[in-house]
Design a protein around this ligand. Structure first.
Ligand SMILES: [Zn+2]
Length: 427
């Protein structure tokens, strides 16, 4: 056996977390904690993993095939709006790991893959109580990483919600926290808000792998060219340096390759979410250089005839959208009603649907995200740790006595941050 093959074999034996071993006892898929993916990007330096939102089965297939070609560690994710209890996708928190594991075995994928629950939204006390029973069901179903998103709550409630759900998140799991949602020019995150959240968590011995900011773009289909603010992101990341938290970038569709390259090069971002562009490509909708669907003079999508779904199915999708008065940005709601129609397309159509994603993601991984060969670095990290659990990156440096619930509330009243308008929490 070559050393590469034996390293993979060893990583398979020790690198899969307990929930994955229990679910897939005979699998040869290297499903790992999100921590492994973050560490591999840090190990390479100035590299970002794609977090591909698996809104349909073909996104999952194409993204995994691209990661294998680039030997890049990868995250496959789904958000609560996409795959929670009131989801608009057939892929969900509870079946995504099964799909990822099966595709990895089928295609012979040997790069490490994390299965991430994105935007696990907590917007109320009721959500918080529900989270304590729902989050364990998700880990039971093979999730290996989670983004707790209580960022729509005031800063003290956001921090307290993260502390309250921490006991139900496995210590080995990847963990992302959010200080703000990506939703446009208003309500941009500040250094003070980000420090408040990360310091308060640190004092409570909680060390997130990633922090997501509202750093200036919108999700999905971009109407303006505002984009992600690289300098703001860099300044916040630098202010958090001693807490060793990486950045997670949401809403990348709608940003130029050049801007995304700068995020990788100039900030501490190691996770970049891509949702809308990948969905559009599986359908065969023309996407521009910003990863946005191209709209014609009538404001309609342009379907490329020899790409994605058949022209007949596309016509059916458009007619359905019209019958429901769905605007361009709401086409994502077609995912659930059409999943079984997508998987029942002839083989050559199905293959081109995932091939389109594969080509797009391969280009991103190798030309924009600098993620090539992070798969090997991830495997080395597992072998070095001798465990599926890479442990925290940081240690406690804040004084718990200064971050009690009462003190958290008192401190938060001094923060000025503006939360801005309500976001659309998908990717
Ligand atoms: Zn997001």
């Amino acid at each position: 056996m070559s050393s590469k093959a034996s390293d993979f074999q060893k990583a398979l034996e020790i690198g899969r977390p307990p929930n994955i071993v229990k679910l897939f006892p005979h699998s040869k898929a290297l499903l790992v904690s999100g921590k492994v993916i973050d560490r591999s990007m840090i190990g390479k330096g100035k590299a970002m993993a794609i977090a591909a939102n698996g809104r349909n089965h073909f996104v999952i297939r194409g993204a995994l095939a691209a990661a294998q070609r680039a030997n890049a560690a990868i995250i496959v994710e789904i958000a609560k709006s996409e795959g929670g209890k009131n989801a608009y996708c057939a892929v969900n928190y509870w079946n995504m790991a099964r799909q990822v594991d099966a595709v990895c075995n089928e295609l012979g994928i040997t790069v490490p893959v994390a299965v991430h629950a994105d935007h696990y939204g907590i917007k109320s006390q009721k959500d918080l109580e529900e989270a304590k029973t729902e989050i364990p069901t998700m880990f039971d179903a093979g999730i290996t990483s989670i983004a707790v998103d209580a960022s729509h709550l005031p800063d003290d409630q956001n921090l307290l919600a993260n502390i309250a759900v921490n006991p139900v998140i496995p210590k080995w799991a990847g963990y992302e926290t959010e200080v703000g949602e990506i939703k446009g020019k208003e309500g941009l995150s500040t250094v003070e808000e980000a420090l408040f959240l990360i310091q308060g968590l640190n004092a409570n011995s909680i060390y997130p792998d990633w922090i997501a900011l509202n750093n200036g773009t919108t999700h999905g289909i971009e109407a303006s060219d505002a984009g992600i603010q690289v300098e703001l992101t860099r300044d916040i990341h630098n202010a958090l340096a001693k807490y060793s938290v990486s950045g997670a970038q949401h809403g990348t569709s709608g940003n130029s390759s050049e801007r995304l390259r700068r995020i990788a090069q100039e900030t501490r971002t190691t996770k970049a979410n891509v949702a809308t562009a990948l969905q559009m490509i599986t359908w065969g909708v023309q996407v521009n250089e910003y990863g946005n669907a191209f709209l014609d003079e009538n404001g309609e999508f342009v379907k490329v005839s020899d790409q994605g779904v058949s022209d007949e199915l596309w016509a059916e999708m458009v007619a359905y959208a019209k019958s429901k008065s769905l605007k361009a940005g709401d086409y994502k709601k077609l995912n659930l009603p059409f999943e079984n129609k997508l998987v029942s397309m002839p083989r050559e159509i199905r293959e081109r649907m995932s091939k389109g994603v594969e080509e797009f993601v391969y280009e991103l991984l190798t030309e924009v995200f600098n993620a090539r060969d992070t798969g090997s670095i991830a495997i080395e990290a597992i072998l070095k740790a001798g465990s599926h659990d890479l442990g925290p990156k940081a240690e406690r440096i804040e004084d718990p006595a200064r971050w009690t619930e009462a003190k958290i509330k008192e401190r938060a009243s001094g923060l000025k941050g503006d939360k801005g308008p309500k976001g659309d929490f998908d990717d």
